[in-house]
Structure formats: structure tokens, C-alpha cells
Design a protein around this ligand. Structure first.
Ligand SMILES: [Zn+2]
Ligand SMILES: [Zn+2]
Length: 439
């Protein structure tokens, strides 16, 4: 059906029903066939690394402008903000992240990426892949923009679409905030985002009523030792032994100090010290990632790391001015915590519009982090971050039955079924926006 006619028909149908479910599905399906499938293919073949998403940003800006939005580019680097004012009502923000990863795609898909780019971190040329599915997010954002523009008579308020750079390095949201995004465009009343997930059935929606992603802190511990000959340990203070004791003692934080129903992770991901077999070094460097789902857990873990590191230094007889130094990086991310009431409200709206079986529920098992809460934590913005499954149910069943493993995010074999994911991405977003801004 012609888009205009579809919109007109939609408007008539909507006169009696707030969101006409099948009309919306039909319209999203038609736009996928006609337009979004090709757009996804383009993004999938042309991924770009964090902070250097120049062509992706340019294309997104053009798409959102074509859809009728007022578009500002270069917000916090390559970020794009697209605004549509449509009378009085709430300001609602929807965010999609757009970066790819330095991974060589080995999915075997006909549209597998062969793109290469200079990695801004290493300066080396690397293969780039949309190995986290952010191509689904940006394609869906364009689909959402087109739907919302065609349905302006069904909602009122201001819609803010955010195309965010560098989520994979957890700095894009911060960069956009540092570029005064709220001061320039307004502080949203509600903030929304979704992530496509390889571990969940394609097209299904999962919206936890609490933390959907963990908070993450990056911690460095420098252990100062006293260097000596390896044959004369009594002349030194061995930072490898002290560091090892710290690593082992840190394991008790989660097992003995956190309440057993609180989730936390303390991982020592790197331990560097020494140069040669027979030299006792004077320094060890430990690098940690620390995960939590709330502020109390975070405090227990971070305070505990400091207490353990410093006091093991004392126990080893290090002088007070040479105790281990613990630094918590400024680049921490709070947990992504959904507003329970809004999550419930959206789940009702989704099941009414998309059917009871559109929803899917699985308690999160990992402690992955996201930088979305840098938009929502301070000042607090009521938000929901939902998941959309990206893997055919038969592939998940095959894995369950001992068959081939479904490739995880960031794997060279990662693949998402774009059609059900993008369609559900657009439909769930439009339903959520109409729920918040519908007449
Ligand atoms: Zn990722
Ligand atoms: Zn991701």
C-alpha cells in the first residue's frame, strides 16, 4: 500500500483505537520490505569503529532529516540529535548506538563485512564488523522516525532521537552529555533504548523491572615493592607475592562479604610485574573490572578492594608511604536500572499491540555494562531499556539439544536475523512512544 494511504488509513483506524496493532505491524512490515532491509544491508556491510563513525553518522543524519526531523550533527564527536516538535506533551528520548568492533567477520553471510579502518587506539588497520548488532539499532531508529513522522496526528510532545557513538568504549554517552545535550535540546521526561540479543528468540521483547545491565568500575592497583636480587629475597619486598595475595583475598569479597542474593563481580584481568627470572621487581600493576547492580553493592566492593590491598601491603611489612595504591577510574558506569512502573506499563502496551507472545522473560545471567545510564542517572530520567531477541528459535533449540553453539556478541561468527529484529525494534519503539505521547 502507498505510504500516504497507509498513514491516512492508520489515522482513521486510530480514531477509535489508540494504537491499531495490525495496521502498525502491516506498516512496519511494508517499510521493512521497501526500505529498511536495504538500509540494514548497507549498515551491516559498512561498520565503523567507536569515535570514527563518520559515514554512519552522516547517513543517519540524512535519513532522519529525510524523515522530517530537525537534525544536529557533531554532538559529542560523531553523535547525531534529531528532534521533532509536535505540540505540547512530554519530551521523550530514544537512543540507538552506532559503533562496530575491530573484529573480522566470519559469519559466512552474503553481506558479511569486509570493511577495514584505522583503529584510533592502536593506529593499525583492522577489519571492522557490526559484531554487537548496533546496525539493528540504527536501522530500527530510522524505521521509528519514519513511522512517527507519518503518525504525527496520533501523538503530541517532542521526540528526540539520539544516534550515539562509541558505546563499545563506554564513552559516547558521556561525550554527548559533555557537549551539553540536555542544555541544548532539553532534558527528556522519559528515555528509552533497546539492545538486540543473540541469546534470545528473534523478535521477542524482554524488559526487566529492575537492572537490565550492570554497573562497571575500572580499578587499578599499583603494588610498590622493594627490588632485590632473586637470590636474596630477604633484601627486598616482593610485589609479585604481595600482588598474588591481593588477587586471592579479593575473591572473598563476592563469596564472603556480599549478601548472597546480591550480584557482584571482581575480576583481575591483568597482572604485570617483573622483567627477568632472577630479579625481584619493585612494582606490580593489577587491572580490575568490578561489576554491580546497585550502589550498595558497588560501595561494598570498592571499599573492600581498597581495604584488602592496603592491609595486605601492611601485613607484608611495607612502610606506610609505600602501601598499595588503589585508583578507581573516573570512567565508571552506573547500572542500567529500569523504572519498574514504566516497564510494566510498556509490557502491557506491547502485549496489547503485538500479542501476548511478543514478550519473553529471562533473568539476566551476565554482568555486562552499558553507557546508557550516563543519560539517565544524573539527573534521574525515568527510563526503560529493553532487549529484543535476534536469533531464530530453532537455532536456540538446536543449541539446547547439544547442537552448534549460538555465537555470542563480539564473536566473528555473531549473526542476527535482521528481519524479525528490526521489525520488532521499530514496532516496540513506536508502541512505547505512542504509549508515552499518544493522544
Ligand atoms: Zn557490544
Ligand atoms: Zn552492544
Amino acid at each position: 500500500m502507498h505510504k500516504f494511504l497507509a498513514a491516512l488509513l492508520g489515522a482513521i483506524l486510530v480514531y477509535s483505537f489508540p494504537v491499531n496493532a495490525s495496521e502498525l505491524s502491516d506498516s512496519v512490515n511494508a517499510d521493512y520490505e521497501e526500505y529498511l532491509a536495504g538500509l540494514f544491508d548497507h549498515f551491516h556491510r559498512n561498520p565503523e569503529l567507536s569515535l570514527v563513525e563518520f559515514k554512519t553518522a552522516e547517513r543517519m543524519a540524512a535519513e532522519l532529516r529525510d524523515a522530517g526531523f530537525d537534525v544536529t550533527e557533531g554532538v559529542g564527536g560523531t553523535g547525531v540529535v534529531a528532534m521533532m516538535e509536535n505540540g505540547s506533551g512530554p519530551l521523550v528520548m530514544m537512543r540507538a548506538d552506532m559503533d562496530g568492533l575491530p573484529v573480522e567477520e566470519k559469519s559466512g553471510l552474503p553481506n558479511a563485512s569486509r570493511a577495514k579502518q584505522i583503529d584510533p587506539i592502536t593506529g593499525n588497520e583492522v577489519f571492522v564488523m557490526h559484531a554487537c548488532g548496533h546496525d539493528v539499532h540504527i536501522t530500527s531508529l530510522v524505521g521509528t522516525a519514519r513511522q512517527m513522522a507519518a503518525r504525527k496526528d496520533e501523538w503530541s510532545g517532542t521526540l528526540m532521537l539520539i544516534v550515539q557513538p562509541a558505546e563499545e568504549r563506554v564513552i559516547g554517552a558521556r561525550n554527548m552529555r559533555d557537549d551539553n545535550i540536555w542544555e541544548r535540546f532539553g532534558t527528556p521526561d522519559y528515555a528509552l533504548a533497546f539492545h538486540v540479543g543473540a541469546g534470545a528468540p528473534a523478535g521477542k521483547i524482554d524488559a526487566p523491572e529492575g537492572a537490565s545491565y550492570a554497573g562497571a568500575d575500572t580499578v587499578d592497583i599499583i603494588v610498590h615493592g622493594v627490588g632485590a636480587h632473586g637470590a636474596s629475597p630477604h633484601r627486598g619486598k616482593d610485589p609479585i607475592v604481595i600482588g598474588s595475595q591481593i588477587v586471592v583475598a579479593l575473591q572473598t569479597l563476592v563469596s564472603r562479604e556480599l549478601p548472597p542474593r546480591s550480584a557482584g563481580v571482581v575480576t583481575v584481568g591483568s597482572f604485570h610485574s617483573g622483567t627477568k627470572h632472577n630479579i625481584i621487581s619493585d612494582r606490580a600493576h593489577l587491572q580490575l573490572t568490578v561489576r554491580n547492580t546497585n550502589e550498595e553493592t558497588r560501595k561494598i566492593l570498592l571499599d573492600g578492594i581498597e581495604r584488602i590491598a592496603v592491609n595486605i601491603g601492611r601485613a607484608a611489612g611495607l612502610p606506610e608511604d609505600k602501601l598499595p595504591e588503589v585508583t578507581v577510574s573516573q570512567e565508571s558506569v552506573p547500572p542500567t536500572v529500569n523504572d519498574a512502573n514504566l516497564a510494566r506499563r510498556l509490557k502491557i502496551a506491547w502485549s496489547e499491540a503485538m500479542g501476548e507472545d511478543a514478550l519473553y522473560e529471562e533473568p539476566p545471567s551476565g554482568m555486562g555494562a552499558e553507557d546508557f545510564p550516563l543519560f539517565t542517572a544524573d539527573p534521574h530520567i525515568t527510563s526503560v531499556y529493553w532487549g529484543i531477541g535476534g536469533t531464530p528459535q530453532e537455532d536456540l533449540d538446536a543449541e539446547e539439544a547439544g547442537g552448534p553453539m549460538v555465537a555470542s556478541h563480539h564473536s566473528p561468527l555473531f549473526k542476527i536475523s535482521p528481519e524479525p529484529s528490526v521489525k520488532a525494534g521499530v514496532e516496540s519503539t513506536v508502541v512505547a512512544l505512542l504509549e508515552l505521547m499518544g493522544d
